[in-house]
Each structure stands twice: as C-alpha cells, then as structure tokens.
Design a binder for this molecule. Structure first.
Ligand SMILES: Cc1ncc(COP(=O)(O)O)c(C=O)c1O
Length: 388
C-alpha cells in the first residue's frame, strides 16, 4: 500500500526538488500538461523584457549589436548538450512541422527509396510526410508502431518516426531502429518533441542522420516557441535544404539573386529568426546546465512508475493503462484509457489538476521531472479515483 507519507518521503530524497521553485506556476495547481506546453521559468520574463528594451533602444542595430542574428546558433549549442549531439549540429529555427519537411525532403534529395513511418506518429508528421512523398515521387508506407523496426527493408530510403508517442507515451527504441535503417542504407529522421529534455538521447553516439523537435513542451520555451533541427556532421556538406531562404545563404547580406548554401548547419535556416520567442527559449534552456540528464530521467521514471503503481492500487478495473509497463519503452507521461476521458479531464481541471484529453478516450498526464513531485502524483491519482 503506497501512502501519501511514502510520497513525501520520496520528495525529501529527490535531488531535483529545489528546481520546482524556478517555475512560475499558479498556487494550488498540479500541472500535468508540460508535455503540451511547459510553464515559464523564472528569469524568462526578465529576459523577454530585456529584448524589448534592446529593441526600443537599438532598433535595427540590435541584430548586430545585441547579437540577435546569432540566437539560432546559440540556442542550438544549448540544445546540442540536451540532445547528445555533436558541436555545430543543431540550429533553432522554424516550427517542428516545417523542420520535418526540410529534414525528410533533404533526405529524399540524398537517397532513393520509399518513406517509412508508423500510425502512432503525430498527425502533423503524417501530413508532412505525405506532402514530402508526393513532392519527391516516393511511396509513403505507414505501419503499426510495433512493426516499424521489422518493416525496414531494402527499398526504404528514409525512416521517419517520433521517439515517444504523444498519445500513449510509448517509446521507440531509437538505437535499434536507427541501426536497422542504416543496415538497409536508409536515412533515419527522428522527431524528439516528446523526449527532448527528459531523457538521454545521444544523437551523435547513435549516429542518427537527422532530427527535429519542439521548443514548447518539456523544453518550456513558451507558446509557439521555435523548434530545432539536427543534421549529423556526416551529412552537413552534402545536404540541401529543400526550402531555400536567404538566412540559409552563405552570405545573406550580399542580397545575391543566386542561392549559395551556407556551410554547416546554417544551411538549414530559412528566414528571419523570431528573436523574442527564441530569447525566451534560450533562457529556459539554462536550467539543463545544472543537472545531468541521467538524474532527470531517474526522476521521470520514478514519477511515471509511481503513477502507474497508484493507478493499480486505486483504480484497478476502472481504467486501462495505455502506457507500456516496461520503463525502457516509455517516456515521461502516463496515458489512461476510459470511456469518459474527456469529462474526467474537465472535472480534474475544476479541482486544480491540469492534464489533457486525446480523442476518443485517452486521458494524458505529463510528468515533467523539474516541477512535479511524488506528492503531486499521489494527489492527482486520488483526484482521478474520486472522479472516475
Ligand atoms: C511529435 C510532434 N511533432 C510535431 C508537433 C507539432 O509541431 P508544430 O510546432 O509544428 O505544431 C507535435 C505537437 O504536439 C508533436 O507532438
């Protein structure tokens, strides 16, 4: 029997407990939706105000004097540490949807063959892949998530998958799938939107080819925060960005009518960076400098394991746990299946537990390790138990 005292005890021993204070969260709210939109960190407000001051004082000169023009690379440096990526391999730019188009399109320019993905992928990814397949005359093969690895065979040119499923929290084995893609000469493109920041990823060590991901979920960059794209140093000089824009040009300020791609990761840029949002994301990423990813993942596993154990204790037979029970196969969320999932999520909001609903019957609980406590998990499951 797990008690509230047991959870309080886990919180006392939590090496990340002091980080909760760094977030601006409303009193009395248990926020289990940081996998949709992370909350603001203290310091972001000041950073955004600073950029507004720079803008009003320096006007156009801010691009150089305040180094706004370098923000995409500076944020990229911070993301490299979080993603386990090589120096100079990540740039902050565009949205995830646009970056996915660029990444998979660039892969299609490099290699022949069909595009493979799975049905668990986020809808925007499926839509983007469909448009890439049509543009480059490839077939898009969509299989069940469990079949993705085995479906990689000769004839597949690009495998595009999301590491952690937004709906169920199921985690693909990045290492094994990337290895199999390479065995068949396919390029591997990962969407890291639901994994970046809460687990070790090791893009460099696993020899991933390309990756993309969101800035506004566990990375807490703010609503509509810019996204990022990773290109392995192996490909950087051979890759073409299918959206040629002036910021991806070798010398954008020559205003030349001929496109000449920038060297390295900068060729994946397209247009003018969104400075205010990017500055907010830059400030938000600072917190990762203080903690290592293994400790973050350990806390995440502890919260997810506790949530699932409490569901078994309090809600047995009343809900189904959709999230895999094996810690190696899941991210930092728990998803429950029940007929009245939509009503449950609205009722939970009334008592200060914020989570979300995914059609038709999934209640989704994001467990962000920086600001969620074991006691929060206890309270949340107790609230669910009263309402189901
Ligand atoms: C896996 C995944 N990819 C992409 C997106 C959306 O990207 P965008 O920022 O382009 O809307 C989401 C949004 O939730 C997502 O879950």
């Amino acid at each position: 029997m797990i008690t509230r005292e047991d959870c309080e005890d886990l919180d006392r021993k939590d090496p990340l407990a002091h980080l909760r204070e760094r977030f601006e969260l409303p009193e009395g709210v248990i926020y289990l939706d940081g996998n949709s939109l992370g909350p603001p960190l203290r310091g972001v407000r000041e950073r955004v105000n600073q950029v507004l001051d720079e803008w009003s004082q320096d006007l156009i000169a801010g691009w150089w004097d305040r180094e706004w023009v370098d923000l995409p690379l500076r944020v990229g440096r911070r993301l490299e540490a979080i993603l386990g990526a090589e120096a100079g391999s990540v740039i902050c730019t565009d949205s995830t949807s646009v970056n996915l188009y660029k990444a998979v399109g660039a892969a299609c320019i490099l290699v022949e063959g069909d595009i493979l993905t799975d049905r668990g992928n986020f809808p925007t990814c499926l839509y983007v892949l469909e448009s890439v397949a049509a543009r480059w005359g490839r077939q898009l093969l969509v299989v069940d998530p469990e079949q993705l690895e085995d479906a990689i065979h000769p004839g597949i040119g690009v495998v595009a998958a999301t590491q952690v499923d937004y709906r169920s929290g199921r985690r693909h084995l990045l290492e094994a799938i990337t290895r199999r893609a390479h065995l068949h000469q396919a390029l591997m493109v990962w969407d890291l939107s639901h994994s970046a920041g809460v687990m070790e990823i090791g893009l460099g060590a696993e020899e991933v080819d390309l990756a993309v991901g969101c800035g506004y979920k566990y990375l807490n960059g703010g609503p509509g925060a810019p996204a990022y794209i990773y290109v392995s140093p192996r490909w950087q000089d051979r890759i073409s960005n299918p959206i040629q824009g002036w910021f991806g040009h070798a010398r954008p300020f020559d205003f030349s009518p001929q496109f000449v791609p920038a060297s390295g990761i900068e060729r994946m840029r397209v247009g003018t960076p969104d400075v205010i949002s990017m500055a907010a994301l830059e400030r938000s990423l600072q917190i990762w400098e203080e903690v290592d990813l293994a400790a973050i993942r350990a806390k995440s596993e502890s919260l997810v394991g506790l949530f699932i154990d409490l569901v078994a204790q309090e809600l047995s037979g009343r809900v189904e746990v959709l999230t895999p029970l094996d810690p190696a196969r899941r991210g930092s969320q728990v998803s429950l299946v029940l007929d009245e999932a939509g009503r449950l999520i609205s009722d939970l909001a009334e008592v200060g537990v914020i989570a979300d609903f995914r059609t038709p019957n999934v209640a989704r609980f994001g467990l962000a390790p920086f600001y969620i406590t074991h006691t929060d998990v206890f309270e949340a499951v107790a609230a669910i138990s009263k309402l189901v």
